[in-house]
Design a protein around this ligand. Sequence first.
Ligand SMILES: [Zn+2]
Length: 250
Amino acid sequence: MSGNERAYKTHGIVLRARNLGEADKIFTLFTGEHGKIDAVGKGVRRAKSQLSGKLEFMSEAALTMHRGRNLDIITGAQIERARWAAIVAPAGFATAHVLAELVDAFCELDFAMPEIYALLRGALQALARSSEPAIIVPRFELRLLVALGLGPACDTCVRCGNSLAGEAAWADVEAGGLACERCRPHRADTLSLAAPDVTNFRGLAAGPGGAVQPETLATPASARAVEAFLLWQLGKRPKSSKLLEELAHA
Ligand SMILES: [Zn+2]
C-alpha cells in the first residue's frame, strides 16, 4: 500500500478514551462509515498537540486517519459538534454516559452501522435541547434494540400472534416481545402494560428514520418494559444507569 492508500477520512463521535504510554491516548470512536473503531491520538496529552482538547467525550469530529498495523492513527480532527455545554450538567453527563456505554457494549469493532450512528447523533441533539435529558433514554434504548435486530415484538402477541392494537399486554422478556392478557401466566411478577402503554411502546419502537424525537416520551410502564428487554439482551445492568438513578432519586 502506498502512503495515500493508508490515509482515509471519516466522521466519528468519541465514546471513550484511555491513556497509552506517556502522551498518547486510545480513542474508541463510533463512526458512520466504519462503525466502532479504536484509534490512537499520538501526543494528544501534550498541550502543544494539534489534537489536544479536541477529542472530548461525545464530541463529533471530521477525522483524518492513517491505517496502522494494529491500531489506526488519528492524524487530524476538525470538531463539528462539541458537547461540553450539554453534558456539563450532571443529568446530561449521566445520560450521555448511558448512550455511550450501550453503543459501545452492543456494537462490534469495524462493523458499519449507519442507522445506529444516526440514532446516536439524534439522541445527542435531543439531549442538548432537553432540560431533562434522562427522558430520552428509554426511546433510545428501544430504537437501539430495533436497529440491532433485537427489537421486541409489539404489534402482535409474541406467544399467540393476536393483534395487540387497543389491548393491554405484559412484557414477556424471555420470549422477546409483548404478550396478550390471554397468554399471561398465573404469576404476579409480570410487567404489565395498560392499552395506552402498549400504544406508547409501539410508537417508541417505530420512530421515524432512527431519529430520537424528544416529544415522544415513554410512559413509566413502557419505560420499565424497555429496560427489562434491554437488560435481557445486555445480560447486565449498564454501569452508567446507576448514576442516572441516583440523580432521579436525589
Ligand atoms: Zn397471546
